[in-house]
Structures are given as structure tokens and as C-alpha cells.
Design a protein around this ligand. Structure first.
Ligand SMILES: [Zn+2]
Length: 437
């Protein structure tokens, strides 16, 4: 049928048929798990999801053995740093300012990162980090930095080039620290939130276990940032009364347990935050002290949960990496769920454990079977993505289809260039995963 349509020159119909396909398998849809599910993708969006759906004979059908989930949404990262190897402190510290003042931090992280940026490698670092994020299940990321057009493509950069709003300015601002925002810009942010031209602002607040970290909440509040649309990153030093105020104002929280535990020996009381009614998202921070990506951070969150009474269900954890960050980003109408009208951002993970959701919570590093952004397959198994560039991750062969989004550069060329450049600044290229170490 497709051939006939194309032959007769009905080009629009032809193009539509070519980018329309059906995924069949176990699908974690917005309404629940569909064991014999079908999801129809057309023009980069989901046009239908259901069970026992009749399909026209011309439609391309792609059966998958694993479980289909919404693409994960990473609301807390610092992408260009993820080319750098892990950095382990000898002992935990009180706040972010303590480790940032250490000579070892300058030697291992900020020195090499700054030199790489100055030497013009920012776009290459960012592309490496985005592929690392994709292979760890993220289809949307934040913490992009100001790098220009090279960030377009690959994952959605919610703070720079999400592809969700056409040529409009991105309605999400990612700020490292509220007290570093000048008076003028603070007003721009508050006014933008009031006028809803800005849908979301993310701030690092209370990153540490001591009194100064706790005090940051008062400073953040005094700046007038306790507003709907704002999300606090970390919040390690925050306590229950702070969570009550956040919930009342509609302020969210991003939880980054791995990085918190490594740096401070403590993470935010996420159970108290949820109990107070705060919307919580989970994200890895960066790979030098956090996880390599979203799936690996989920493993840390699940372990923390087990050690703290198992209060969070599998569904809670699923929501923390999909619908919650989508809503906190002000993009819950477009990403974070598999439902008609939503962008076709999805991942496929191998089945494991007793439930469909177990495939997500305990996914083995490097086991991801497919990553699609806007319906386009970017990474996956060679079976699902036969034409791509072959790479190995944690001993498993994967296929990447990213050259078009990387200015025509292959993955082998990109990593080769980064390895040489990092060697010149006294560092080395971090892996795509820790492979469960
Ligand atoms: Zn951070």
C-alpha cells in the first residue's frame, strides 16, 4: 500500500505512512499496564494506545520482548561534567561549599572541566553526556549549559532545546543557586512565573547536612521564590516545616540520593517531603559523585527505600522519573506518560521480576533495549536498530543512530576526540555506565 501511495505521488500521505508504526508488547500506559498492548506512533507523537487494537495491513508493526515505559525525565544534571571519571571524597563533608573548596576538586573536576570548555570541547562533552543519559533511560534532560545549537537533537534539553515549543523561548530555567541570581534576574523569574511565560524554575537549595544548608531555605524564601513552578534540587538540609511550606506553595523537590550520600552521608527526608504533599522527582545530579544516569539512580533509590521501611511503591518510583518531573517541568501535557497526544518518547527494558514495573526499578546496567525520542529510534539492541553504529556497554552490544544529531560525527570519532582532549588536561573519559560496580 505504501509503495502504491508513494508511486502515485501523494507525498504527504506517503511521508505520514513512513513515520507511522505500531509498537506491540507489554506497555506501561498512563492508565495501567497493558500486557498485550499496542502503541501507534505517528508524526513523533502517540496517536493511540490500547489492547487488541485492529491495525491496517500497511502499518509497520514492531514487536518488542521487553516492557515499554515512558522515556525518563532527568531534572537534575550538569551534563558536560559527565565525561569526567568518578571522584570519591576521603570523608563526607557538611555542604557543597566544603568540597568545592578542596584542591582535589580543582585537580580532578573543575580544572579539567574548565580547560576542556575553554579549549572548545563543550559541544562534544555535552553530546557524550546526552548519549550516556539516553542509554540510561532518559529521553529528556536538564543542566545543559549555554552551548548554542549543538545541543539540538538526541535527548530533549528541557532548559535549552526541548523541541516542545517550536521557536518559542524555553519556559524552563535551570539555575544552580538562587543566591547567585541577581536582583534584576530574580524579578524576571518571579514575574515570568506570575505571567506563566516561565513554566518552571529549578534551584539548588540546602545541599548539605549542616546549619548553613538549612538556612538556605530562608534565603530562598526571602528572594520570593516560594512559588508554584519552582522546584528545589537536593534539599538535604530541609526539614518538615519547610516541606509543609513548599507543598502549600506548590514547590517541588528533586531527590538525588547517590550524590548526597557520597558527599554528605545523608540525603533529603523524601518520605517526610512526600507526606507533606510535595511532588518529588528523582535525578542523578552528575556522574562524578552521582549515578551515571536515571536507571542507575533508580537502583540507589530502591535500595535506600528498602533500608527505610520500603515506604515507596514501584509505582511511586515510576512516577518520580516520569509524570512527576514532567509536571514539575511544566510539560506534563506533552511528556512523561504513554497516552494519545503525548510525544512518542519511550524506552524498552528487558522483563524481570514479578511485575512489569520491576523491569524499570531493577534494570541491569546496559540492558536497555530501545530508546526513542519523538518516535525516532536513537539507541537500542542491534535487533531493534540494525543499521546503527555498534558499541558495547557493560559487555552488551548496542546500536546507536546518533550521527545525524551529532553534526555528522560518529560515536567512535566523538569518543576518540574526547579521550585525546581529556588526556591533555590530565584526566580520562568516564564510561557510559559503572556496570554495577
Ligand atoms: Zn547539581
Amino acid at each position: 500500500m505504501r509503495l502504491i501511495i508513494c508511486f502515485f505521488g501523494l507525498w504527504l500521505a506517503c511521508a505520514a505512512a513512513q513515520d507511522t508504526y505500531a509498537i506491540q508488547g507489554t506497555i506501561v500506559a498512563s492508565g495501567g499496564v497493558l500486557e498485550k498492548g499496542t502503541m501507534i506512533v505517528s508524526g513523533g507523537k502517540i496517536s493511540a494506545v490500547g489492547e487488541n487494537m485492529p491495525l491496517p495491513s500497511w502499518m509497520r508493526v514492531i514487536p518488542v520482548e521487553g516492557v515499554v515505559f515512558p522515556g525518563l525525565i532527568d531534572l537534575h544534571n550538569h551534563l558536560t561534567w559527565n565525561v569526567l571519571p568518578r571522584w570519591k571524597l576521603d570523608a563526607t563533608v557538611g555542604t557543597r561549599y566544603d568540597w568545592q573548596a578542596m584542591p582535589a576538586y580543582v585537580e580532578k573536576l573543575s580544572g579539567p572541566q574548565g580547560k576542556m570548555m575553554s579549549a572548545g570541547h563543550g559541544c562534544e562533552m555535552e553530546r557524550y553526556a546526552e548519549v550516556k543519559a539516553l542509554l540510561n533511560g532518559a529521553t529528556s534532560v536538564t543542566g545543559t549549559g549555554r552551548l548554542g545549537d549543538c545541543v539540538k537533537g538526541l535527548a530533549r534539553n528541557l532548559d535549552a532545546a526541548s523541541g516542545l515549543y517550536g521557536e518559542q523561548p524555553e519556559p524552563l530555567r535551570y539555575e544552580v543557586f538562587p543566591m547567585e541570581v541577581g536582583y534584576e534576574q530574580a524579578k524576571v523569574i518571579r514575574d515570568g512565573l506570575e505571567a506563566k511565560t516561565l513554566r518552571a524554575v529549578l534551584f539548588h537549595v540546602g545541599e548539605g547536612r549542616d546549619a548553613s544548608a538549612a538556612r538556605e531555605f530562608r534565603m530562598f524564601k526571602a528572594q520570593g521564590f516560594l512559588k508554584r513552578g519552582v522546584t528545589v534540587i537536593h534539599g538535604v538540609g530541609l526539614s518538615e516545616p519547610n516541606f509543609v511550606e513548599m507543598a502549600a506553595a506548590g514547590v517541588g523537590l528533586v531527590w538525588s540520593p547517590r550524590s548526597n550520600l557520597e558527599l554528605y552521608g545523608k540525603t533529603v527526608d523524601v518520605i517526610a517531603a512526600r507526606k507533606a504533599g510535595v511532588t518529588v522527582a528523582l535525578a542523578p545530579d552528575w556522574s562524578p559523585t552521582g549515578s551515571a544516569g536515571m536507571l542507575e539512580e533508580l537502583v540507589v533509590a530502591a535500595e535506600w527505600n528498602q533500608a527505610h521501611g520500603g515506604v515507596l511503591s514501584e509505582k511511586d518510583l515510576l512516577q518520580m522519573v516520569t509524570v512527576n518531573p514532567a509536571n514539575l517541568a511544566g510539560a506534563g501535557d506533552q511528556i512523561g506518560a504513554l497516552a494519545p497526544g503525548m510525544r512518542a518518547d519511550f524506552i524498552v527494558l528487558p522483563k524481570r521480576g514479578g511485575s512489569a514495573l520491576s523491569a524499570l526499578i531493577g534494570a541491569k546496567p546496559g540492558s536497555i533495549e530501545l530508546v526513542a525520542v519523538g518516535g525516532v529510534f536513537l539507541a537500542g539492541t542491534p535487533k531493534l536498530l540494525p543499521g546503527g553504529e555498534k558499541i558495547a556497554i557493560c559487555g552488551q552490544e548496542k546500536s546507536l543512530q546518533v550521527k545525524g544529531d551529532m553534526g555528522g560525527v560518529t560515536w567512535a570519532e566523538l569518543t576518540g576526540k574526547l579521550q585525546l582532549a581529556l588526556r591533555d588536561v590530565g584526566s580520562e573519559l568516564a564510561g557510559l555506565s559503572e556496570c554495577g560496580k
